[in-house]
Design a protein around this ligand. Structure first.
Ligand code: SAM
Length: 283
């Protein structure tokens, strides 16, 4: 069998299981088995695949058919300008969280040396991307999940940024160290009811600790705002992600706790997704 036939075989199975990006995913999985790049396979479609490789490819297609996320199978996800190691202990980085990186970079000049705290770092994708772009800044990244911190540390190491970011396994409630120019976060913000409605690949495979925002979805957002009030310097900025329909309450809660809401950034579907707020209470 040649590569083209193998790709069509994989793509058809994924398509009949309602996986929209079936063709590209089939290409990525074949590339993984052949230890090659997708682009290299597409210029060699007449090459023959051996039986062992085809059987390995079939196994990966069947994992994906059962809705295991492609990032888990590939153990990898691109975010901003870097590749991140991903496993079941961390949320798969989402394009919407790149807005946090983009907006932070707009506010931090190239050679400035700001102190940036990332609350709920997961794979470390956000803080690592920011420090990669602003190497004079220093990061502290915390997560309640010990296994997530292990992944984040590994990612910082492969990008040679481990000396610039301090990773700590701690609950945000217990963290009280130092003061920051910026606090960034993609907190868990899905309500208990909405968790049940998530797509299977998210609900069954991604860590609920990274998704669950309590009964109404706001428990971690509230903690983040209250903690940021304590840990930000006067006029420091809080940049964080919110879920659908969370803008109204988030604005109210920010203003109640001494923040001025500077900007609401929308995602590609035009939902308000990332908020930028300044601490204006000088406590
Ligand atoms: C939505 S994920 C974000 C991960 C990563 N920052 C990203 O954007 O891909 C939220 C993260 O917050 C962590 N988390 C949840 N509750 C926490 C708490 N009370 N204190 C610290 N981290 C927490 C979870 O373990 C998870 O890694």
């Amino acid at each position: 069998m040649n590569y083209l036939k193998a790709l069509n075989f994989g793509s058809n199975i994924l398509k009949s299981n309602s996986i929209k990006t079936h063709l590209i995913e089939s290409e990525l999985l074949l590339a993984k088995v052949l230890n090659s790049k997708r682009e290299n396979i597409l210029i060699k479609l007449d090459d023959q695949i051996n039986i062992k490789n085809f059987n390995d490819f079939k196994k990966l297609i069947l994992r994906r058919k059962k809705k295991e996320p492609i990032a888990h199978i590939l153990k990898n996800k691109e975010f901003w300008k870097l590749n991140f190691f991903i496993n079941k202990d961390v949320l798969i980085p989402r394009p919407s969280s790149e807005i946090i990186v983009e907006e932070t970079l707009k506010l931090v000049e190239l050679n400035s040396s700001k102190r940036i705290l990332d609350i709920g770092t997961g794979s470390g994708c956000i803080i690592i991307s920011i420090i990669y772009e602003r190497p004079n800044c220093r990061g502290i990244a915390i997560d309640i999940c010990k296994k997530a911190i292990k992944v984040a540390k590994y990612n910082a190491k492969i990008h040679h940024l481990n000396n610039m970011i301090n990773f700590l396994n701690i609950d945000v409630d217990k963290f009280n160290l130092s003061k920051y120019d910026f606090i960034i976060s993609n907190p868990p913000y899905i309500s208990d009811i909405d968790i049940k409605r998530l797509d299977e690949d998210v609900r069954l495979f991604e860590p609920h600790l990274a998704l669950r925002g309590g009964i109404d979805g706001f428990s971690e957002i509230k903690k983040l705002i209250i903690k940021s009030k304590k840990l930000l310097k006067y006029k420091g900025k809080l940049i964080f992600e919110i879920g659908n329909k969370q803008i109204k309450f988030s604005k109210f809660f920010l203003e109640k706790h001494g923040f001025y809401l500077n900007k609401i950034c929308k995602d590609i579907q035009t939902h308000p997704r990332v908020l930028i707020a300044t601490k204006i209470d000088n406590e």
